[in-house]
Write a protein that binds this ligand. Structure first.
Ligand code: PBG
Length: 327
């Protein structure tokens, strides 16, 4: 055959493959989630998420140190409060579980970047992400509580806040409250295109935040919609978001691509609990090779345009990269 171009020339061996490789994973791409529980010396594995634990604050500090020493720059904190109520008091209390965890982590590891998830669902007795009246999630009243929550996180020492509730106007409300309280330097990473997804199932066990009635479809996005995601992202940018997020990640890579192409903003993806559990379950059965499949999945997120990846696999990935001298 008289072929001028042979694509296989650049695939001949790992040396040349690595020289022309377009996308790479780095430790600094990752944000590691931590679930903070009450008590002391407490470390309970989430049954549907092997390798992921609910941690008391002292244990969370240990875990945060491991994350930091691996070279992962950031954690994102979720709280499991002792008490839940109708108005999510635990979300914005100065001595709330997340506020105390921020102080403890920052005291030991001032260089670790601490992001907080800003939402009410872990703190409300009904498990919805906002104030509920007559079976409805009330948007505008919820904004006041979300803003209070974000300010209390900043006050405790959080480096960045990440609203995940999907109420309309929450980025603006949080931006205004942060600015009014002297936190204009604290960035907002908005869960902008957050879908009403079955992939959050295992998280709700981890964070004990399943809604007690109904579902989240009146505020999270319909998985069938793509154009709407761009409108959500545009709104969050206009309201002051510094980083925008697409969540879940794997089934929404088209959205990641479109958001990156359209806005050029820093894009974070959330490689959510269900994505993690599917891989773990299949790997445990010996049906897939865990390391290869995880690296392939996460690299596809970078290829789609993600700058940052929140992932429960982050510690494993960085260990693998180190083994291969890739970082
Ligand atoms: C809180 C929140 C959820 C997740 C992150 N923040 C759950 C939900 O919206 O039900 C899911 C994360 C995951 O599945 O790993 N609203």
């Amino acid at each position: 055959m008289d072929l001028k171009l042979r694509m296989r020339r650049l695939r001949a061996n790992e040396k040349i493959r690595s020289m022309v490789r377009e996308n790479h994973l780095h430790p600094e791409d990752f944000i590691y989630p931590l679930f903070i529980a009450p008590g002391e010396n407490y470390r309970k594995e989430v049954s549907s998420m092997p390798g992921v634990f609910q941690l008391s604050i002292d244990e969370a500090v240990k875990e945060a140190r491991e994350v930091y020493e691996l070279g992962i720059p950031a954690v994102i904190l979720f709280g499991i409060p002792e008490h839940k109520d109708e108005v999510a008091c635990g979300a914005y209390a100065d001595d709330g579980i997340v506020q105390r965890a921020i102080r403890a982590i920052k005291k030991e590891l001032s260089e670790l970047y601490v992001i907080t998830d800003v939402c009410l669902c872990e703190y409300t007795s009904h498990g919805h992400c906002g104030i509920v009246r007559g079976g409805e999630v009330i948007n505008d009243e919820t904004l006041t509580l979300l803003a209070k929550t974000a300010v209390s996180h900043a006050k405790a020492g959080a480096d960045m806040v990440a609203p995940s509730d999907m109420m309309d106007g929450r980025v603006q409300a949080i931006r205004e409250a942060l600015d009014a309280n002297g936190y204009s330097h604290i960035p907002i990473m908005a869960y902008s295109a957050k879908y009403a997804s079955a992939f959050y199932g295992p998280f709700r066990e981890a964070a004990e935040s399943a809604p007690q009635f109904g579902d989240r479809r009146s505020y999270q996005m319909d998985p069938a919609n793509g154009n709407e995601a761009l409108r959500e992202v545009l709104l969050d940018i206009e309201e002051g978001a510094d980083i925008v997020m697409v969540k879940p990640a794997l089934s929404y890579l088209d959205i990641v691509w479109r958001v990156k192409q359209e806005f050029g903003y820093p894009v974070c993806v959330y490689n959510v609990s269900g994505e993690y559990s599917l891989v773990k379950a299949a790997a445990r059965n010996g049906w897939v090779e865990e390391k290869r499949i995880v690296l392939e999945i996460l690299t596809s997120m970078k290829r789609a345009g993600a700058d940052l990846i929140i992932s429960y696999h982050a510690k494993d990935v960085v260990k693998w990269l180190k083994e291969e001298n890739k970082c």
